[in-house]
Design a protein around this ligand. Structure first.
Ligand SMILES: *Cc1c(COP(=O)(O)O)cnc(C)c1O
Length: 401
């Protein structure tokens, strides 16, 4: 407590964040997560910014499955997996995830952040090359930093640039090459071109890895993910993902792939070896979620219907969106202050949305990001669309105005 300069330095940095409009306040919710939430001040808001794609966070069946696992396996293990922290429910969930993803084996983590943080260092060293999409998630970037492999970066979803980097890594005589990409990029809802990536990987003898955090559970006809959507099931070497978005929404992550890869991670991956086991109630609830969505595609079908409806109607009203099919719908407002004003007005109108502007997205690309859920009713979506129209008119930003 004797270094006052340390604390005053932090204070002034926080002040700068506030004055630059980059400070991230937390909105406090007083209810369960869902398509509607109650805010701390008692107002009911329609929620358009959760990663709750299948509507399973806050869902009764999910809670009951968690409660059953809590009852059977208890609250926690007070152990890492390899000492005394592995229960039957963890092994069942790993097997179920492997079956769901079409892989041989799966290892659980406390978060996808840990899965990505712990995947590279045990598998690759200075003789190898990691070829990473420029827009990959922060956890991939951090994971790559922890590893001694050479780093190559290609422009977002740019297959010509990816090929250039593959050639560069090959020319540098790298032993193993791995192409790493988010399956879906969460700022734009862009889907990685996995069919082309797999082709390039085959051409240059590279491995492939995808992070399926914004895809597992709903992308592809039966919700297996981007690899199903792109027709490359069984052709991806390593899949990471989260249990904290579509698959129940609590927390937890996984890495899935060939048996020898997963076994190596169990022996060497630091976030797995040195961090507590996933709470059994989360494992139990995740298992129930996977059972439910393996039996019926009803939820992902409803999500995709809601997405198609919202994308069509928001354009009809006169907004510009990033084209696509993913339930992440970036509604482009371009100007940062406009995006801020717009999100604030939508909040007054009872819609919870998030605005994004530089440096989170490129300069001049400010937007509000809408995320659809299977839990949204048509009525809720119509209410949201009306609010969009009203706020758009007030701010004079509709195309046909
Ligand atoms: C959300 C997200 C993560 C982190 O997931 P957690 O389980 O919350 O740690 C990792 N990668 C991507 C692409 C994500 O969107």
């Amino acid at each position: 407590m004797s270094d006052q300069a340390f604390y005053s330095g932090l204070q002034s940095k926080l002040e700068t964040l506030r004055s630059d409009g980059l400070f991230k306040p937390e909105r406090v919710i007083a209810s369960r997560q869902g398509s509607e939430v109650v805010s701390q001040d008692g107002r009911t808001l329609i929620n358009m910014c959760a990663n709750n794609y299948l509507g399973l966070s806050g869902d009764e069946q999910t809670s009951r499955a968690a409660a059953a696992a809590l009852e059977k396996y208890g609250y926690g293990l007070s152990s890492v997996r390899f000492i005394c922290g592995t229960q039957t429910v963890h092994k069942e969930l790993e097997a179920k995830l492997s079956e769901f993803l079409g892989t041989e084996d799966t290892i659980l983590y406390a978060a996808a952040f840990d899965a990505n943080g712990g995947v590279f260092e045990p598998l690759f060293d200075e003789n190898d090359a990691i070829i990473s999409d420029a827009l990959n998630h922060a956890s991939i970037i951090d994971g790559v930093r922890l590893c001694k492999a050479a780093r190559y970066r290609y422009a977002n979803n740019d297959m010509a640039d990816l090929e250039k980097q593959l050639i560069a890594a090959t020319d540098a005589g790298k032993r193993h090459k791995i192409i790493v990409t988010d399956g879906v990029f969460s700022m734009d809802g862009t889907i990685a071109q996995l069919d082309s990536i797999v082709e390039l990987a085959e051409k240059y003898g590279a491995l492939t890895m995808i992070d399926e955090s914004h895809a597992s559970g709903f992308m592809g006809k039966t919700g297996r993910g981007t690899h199903e959507h792109c027709g490359v099931i069984g052709k991806i070497d390593i899949i990471t993902g989260t249990l904290g978005k579509a698959l129940g929404g609590a927390m937890g992550g996984f890495t899935s792939g060939r048996r020898e890869v997963i076994e190596t991670l169990r022996q060497k991956s630091r976030p797995y070896l040195f961090s507590n086991t996933l709470a059994p109630m989360i494992a139990g609830a995740s298992l129930a979620v996977l059972d439910r969505i393996s039996k019926s595609t009803e939820l992902r079908d409803r999500l995709m219907e809601n997405t198609a409806y919202f994308r069509q109607e928001i354009e009809r009203i006169g907004f510009t969106i990033k084209p696509g099919t993913h339930p992440v719908v970036p509604v482009m407002l371009f100007d940062a202050p406009v995006a801020q004003k717009f999100a604030a007005r939508m909040f007054e109108l009872g819609v919870l949305l998030s605005g994004f502007f530089y440096p989170v997205v490129p300069m001049g690309q400010a937007r509000v990001r809408v995320q659809l859920s299977a839990a949204h009713t048509r009525e809720q979506l119509d209410t949201v669309l009306k609010a969009f129209e009203q706020a758009g008119k007030e701010l004079g930003i509709l195309k046909n105005q």
